[in-house]
Design a protein around this ligand. Structure first.
Ligand SMILES: [Zn+2]
Length: 280
């Protein structure tokens, strides 16, 4: 576990809250890398080690996934990672008060201006993801200090279908007799991702950081068996297949623009906006 460092007030701060190692890379790896490159202090709270999510028969999977998460976080420029040990697969049944307390603590320690977590569809209705959406929303709304802006991330409808089709085309060339890849991080139905996602309020083209997103995804080796379609995405195709990210601003009170809104309106921007004014 990594402790949060004390926050410094001169740069905006973003905290991502997810359930398992790999969620951060798949859901919002491009935006996290972009923000880090611009000098935003980026932190990640991951609530479980994903110890039940292996597909490779790895023993000590929790330790393996913790290492993979640290590698992915380094690729994305996430400066602070807190990995908690709540039980994988049990977050809907984990004490809500305890989860919300952990999340509130992370928000306060990061002095977060912006918090990102799953939307209500949990990317593909994963129960742990849906629970993190609910607990993070409750934690942000019940916090006693300055309330950060809350954004929910979804996957664009059809995006993972495109990845699988691309991979199948490549695989057919490489091995015409082989079985085409069908899975995305262990999920057999690519259409489950984003199938009922609420409409985004913020569409961000993170194509310039899609290479980092892909490299971060590939750090999660225990989740990427050979037949996983993501293994056939290349740095050349990543911007098209993984570059567009969808976010929805939660209605948590007054909603002045944040640095994320300004980022989305400047897709080619590689330097910080003139003003990093935090949300009120
Ligand atoms: Zn997950």
């Amino acid at each position: 576990m990594t402790e949060f460092p004390e926050a410094t007030a001169d740069r905006p701060s973003l905290l991502a809250v997810f359930a398992h190692p790999d969620d951060e890379s798949l859901a919002c790896g491009g935006l996290l890398a972009w923000c880090a490159a611009l000098g935003v202090r980026t932190s990640l709270l991951c609530l479980t080690h994903g110890e039940h999510g292996g597909h490779t028969g790895v023993s000590s999977l929790a330790a393996v996934r913790a290492r993979e998460l640290r590698e992915a976080a380094a690729v994305l420029g996430i400066s602070d990672v807190t990995l908690l040990a709540h039980q994988d697969g049990m977050l809907p049944w984990t004490d809500a008060t305890r989860l919300e307390s952990d999340i509130r603590h992370a928000v306060a320690r990061a002095d977060a201006d912006v918090v990102i977590t799953f939307d209500e569809d949990g990317l593909y209705w994963h129960p742990d993801h849906v629970a993190v959406h609910e607990r993070t929303t409750a934690a942000v709304l019940s916090g006693s200090g300055r309330r950060p802006a809350l954004y929910y991330v979804t996957l664009p409808t059809g995006s993972m279908r495109s990845v699988v089709e691309h991979a199948a085309t490549l695989a057919a060339v490489q091995d015409p007799t082989g079985a085409p890849p069908t899975h995305i991080l262990g999920i057999a139905d690519p259409d489950a991702f984003g199938s009922c996602a609420p409409a985004p309020t913020l569409v961000v083209d993170t194509g310039n950081f899609a290479r980092q997103k892909l490299l971060a995804l590939h750090c999660h080796r225990s989740q990427l068996p050979k037949q996983d379609a993501l293994t056939l995405v290349t740095t050349a195709t990543a911007p098209r297949l993984l570059g567009i990210e969808h976010y929805r601003r939660a209605g948590t009170g007054p909603m002045p623009d944040t640095f994320l809104d300004r980022l989305a309106s400047c897709p080619d921007q590689q330097t910080p906006p003139d003003s990093w004014s935090p949300v009120s």
